[in-house]
Design a protein around this ligand. Structure first.
Ligand code: ADP
Ligand code: ZN
Ligand code: ZN
Length: 747
């Protein structure tokens, strides 16, 4: 402290200000100097244009590209101490790696209240405790206040005190507490809300860890080997093999050494069930970061992690930006999951940032999955990551194999053909549950005219509108446009309009007609708009009575459904012939995850996969030998085709309501980049501009330019040049553009 305050004040502060521009803005110091001196990481309030904004100092310098006299002073410094150092490092890394504006990166990576200038401190709560003297002897003078005497007696039984809520819950009042405080019998303490309940020092575990199976034990032993070094591992275990138990026991070791563990889970995976598993194992606080928190709760959680008070932090994508006082391990569960990549604004991948962060801290990193991404699998196969395998399920039933069912030439009802209906019937008759997976919500993918072939299309997108029955309407799933159902064909006037294909609503309807005695639960985005609707349904399902579940990929992942013994995939063909080179990988992951829902407890399971392409070699390989075999083959194809993970990509996306504006700018940007690459001799190729797979979306035209390079550093150099060119280009202000480093989809 003393050496920073004696340091001469810098003349210039480089401040990251919320703005899309990829640079810092220079200010002069102003207001009261902070106690520890001016330094990077302090938040400041600064004038910016006509507004006052909160920014973060990233540089302290004595010079500026502008004359010092023209710099505005900062209005005030908001912090006594800089924001956490590990967090600042991660934000800087992220801005650089993803070529994103530093100010916007910092803003997105901090809780809303910090963005608004609030102090980084947790809210507190009151705790009431008997004083030392009152604990010794029975004080006289409470005879005429029997409730106070009872309250005192209760508090005496809790030597660490009780929080206000616990006192009020016993029908005592604040006045009674105050009276005891005034008599010197009780004292009032203040503590952060996220504090460990006092008196819980002692064993770390609230319940014993499970005795591990042989493979689990081997994986854990490998993780224990290096707890003090960067040690990236792929925990590659079939669904139900007990990866979570390995995480829990690794965390036990980490927390036992006084360190913190950060666990990232997919959006769909942070269920009350998952949280309960962590919370019931440990007696220390488990802080959860998810979209349901209020701003205050989020700040409390952030502060608890930053101060080190929370030994275990679990959260979805953005939780990667949680500061940790004593980082000990990072775990990314279902590392292949698409929700770890943010698809707008700051397009970061939380898994990849987890790798960078674990490397920086020198701590173990566990990437867990039954169906690892090809990126991660390649690194494990190449020996860059330790490859830990779990091939046995805890339940001892091997995961079910996919059985392909040929759809060709067979009548379908609600998307299902007769032999599949019969399998459903016999499963229900045996008293088991059935899960029907269909990757399309709504009643039918579209509405068509049987007389002339017209199909309902969105006015704003190059896409068909989906037919919904509950409520009846046409909706575009790309722009959320809605339309009333037409009575007649708008082209030929025929009234013979029919739904084409099946979505969840239609399959639900068909199954409800066919099995009137059996409850049918539909689970998709429409049926689970209420936050707890999904959990309620799943609680009902876990009771075990025979039932039918019809759902989209919301059902495919993470949920433990022990009574499901038959899984039906209505149509496996979506990813087989898609133009996106990752479509097959993602589709195979999804199929394997869906299949993993079958037979997780006492009974073995079956998985029936309906397809129009039962001869497709990839699908057959997946069915016969599983995801790992297909993944290794896909890696060979990617290697031959020079695609990730053997090549690095960046995608420039351009969009505008005016088609000429995007194509003109896209053409000039690509030409300028090519010229630059040629001049500098950079080994980067530049493809495009080409229209995006769906060129018109939300009435805007979408265009892309793809950059590819074998060396990552070259790609970044080209990306930096391109973003600088666009920032300096006046025409680019009338077009929305973004650069996506390591794009996960080409749409
Ligand atoms: P995964 O995360 O690999 O899908 P889970 O960790 O959810 O698998 O484990 C699946 C089931 O097996 C859970 O019910 C879990 O309690 C149980 N399980 C895991 N490990 C063991 C073990 N060593 N002994 C007994 N049961 C186990
Ligand atoms: Zn018609
Ligand atoms: Zn649309």
């Amino acid at each position: 402290m003393s050496d920073t305050s004696s340091r001469p004040a810098p003349r210039v502060l480089g401040v990251a200000v919320p703005s899309p521009l990829r640079r810092l803005f220079d200010y002069r110091p102003g207001g009261d100097p902070p106690a520890g001196g001016w330094q990077p990481g302090l938040r400041v309030r600064v004038p910016f244009g006509r507004r006052q904004v909160v920014g973060v100092i990233l540089e302290c310098r004595d010079d500026s590209a502008l004359p010092l006299a023209t710099l505005k002073p900062v209005d005030a410094c908001l912090d006594d101490a800089p924001l956490p150092e590990d967090w600042l490092w991660l934000c800087r890394f992220t801005a650089r790696y993803y070529q994103h504006a530093p100010g916007d990166t910092l803003h997105q990576a901090m809780p809303a209240l910090l963005r608004q200038g609030r102090a980084l401190e947790a809210r507190t709560r009151e705790r009431w405790r008997v004083t030392a003297s009152a604990a010794q002897e029975v004080p006289p003078g409470l005879a005429r206040a029997p409730r106070q005497a009872e309250l005192l007696a209760m508090l005496r039984q809790h030597p660490h005190g009780l929080v206000t809520q616990a006192v009020l819950a016993q029908s005592f009042s604040r006045d009674q507490l105050k009276a005891l405080v005034d008599k010197g019998l009780v004292e009032r303490l203040e503590e952060p809300r996220t504090a460990t309940p006092a008196g819980q020092a002692g064993p770390l575990l609230a319940e014993p860890a499970l005795p591990l199976q042989r493979e689990q034990a081997a994986a854990l032993a490998a993780l224990h080997e290096q707890l003090d070094a960067f040690h990236p591992c792929l925990l590659h275990g079939v669904t139900g093999s007990g990866k979570t138990e390995v995480y829990l026991q690794l965390i036990e070791a980490v927390v036992g050494r006084g360190r913190q563990a950060l666990v990232l889970v997919p959006e769909i995976g942070l269920t009350p069930q998952t949280l309960a598993r962590f919370r019931s194992r440990f007696r220390v606080p488990v802080v959860a970061l998810h979209s349901g928190l209020t701003d205050h709760e989020r700040l409390d959680a952030w502060e608890a992690a930053a101060s080190g008070r929370a030994p275990i932090v679990i959260g979805t994508r953005s939780a990667i930006f949680t500061p940790l006082a004593r980082p000990g391990a990072i775990i990314v569960d279902e590392e292949h999951d698409g929700s770890f990549k943010q698809q707008e604004g700051l397009r970061y991948h939380a898994r990849d940032l987890a790798v960078a962060r674990a490397h920086r801290h020198g701590i173990p990193l566990v990437l867990g999955s039954a169906t690892p991404s090809l990126e991660t699998l390649q690194r494990a196969l190449a020996g860059d990551y330790r490859h830990l395998r779990l091939t046995q399920r805890a339940s001892r039933h091997p995961p079910a194999r996919l059985e392909l069912v040929d759809l060709r030439g067979r009548p379908r009802r609600g998307g299902l053909i007769p032999p599949v209906m019969e399998a459903i019937e016999s499963t229900l008759a045996a008293g088991h549950q059935v899960l029907v997976f269909i990757n399309r919500r709504g009643f039918a993918p579209t509405l068509a005219c049987h007389a002339c072939g017209w199909m309902a299309e969105c006015d704003h997108c190059d896409a068909r509108m989906t037919l919904h029955r509950q409520p009846p309407l046409l909706a575009c799933h790309h722009c959320d446009r809605r339309r009333a159902l037409p009575d007649a064909c708008p082209d030929c006037g025929s009234a013979d309009l029919r739904p084409l294909g099946s979505g969840t609503e239609r399959t639900e309807e068909t199954l409800a007609e066919r099995f009137p005695e059996t409850p049918v639960y539909r689970i998709d985005r429409d049926s689970t708009r209420r936050r707890d609707a999904l959990e309620q349904t799943l609680t009902e399902v876990r009771r075990g009575a025979p039932c039918l579940l019809v759902g989209t990929q919301m059902l495919a992942k993470g949920h433990h459904l022990p009574h499901v013994t038959l899984v039906v995939v209505v149509n496996a063909d979506a990813g087989l012939y898609a133009s996106d080179f990752r479509a097959l990988e993602h589709s195979a992951q999804l199929l394997e995850q869906v299949a993993g829902r079958a037979g997780r407890a006492a009974h073995p399971g079956r998985v029936l996969v309906q397809t129009l392409h039962a001869d497709d070699p990839n699908l057959r390989l997946l069915a016969a030998r599983g995801y790992d075999a297909l993944a290794e083959q896909l890696l060979e194809e990617r290697r031959a085709a020079l695609l990730p993970p053997f090549r690095h990509l960046a995608l420039l996306r351009l969009e505008s309501p005016r088609e000429p504006a995007v194509s003109e700018l896209g053409g000039r940007a690509a030409a300028a980049l090519r010229e630059h690459l040629a001049q500098r001799g950079l080994e980067v190729d530049c493809l495009g501009p080409v229209p995006a797979p769906m060129e018109r979306r939300q009435n805007r035209y979408h265009l892309q330019v793809m950059l590819g390079a074998e060396k990552r550093s070259r790609l970044h150099e080209a990306g930096a040049w391109l973003t600088a060119w666009l920032e300096a280009e006046p025409a680019a202000r009338r077009v929305r553009w973004s650069l996506d480093i390591d794009p996960q989809t080409l749409s």
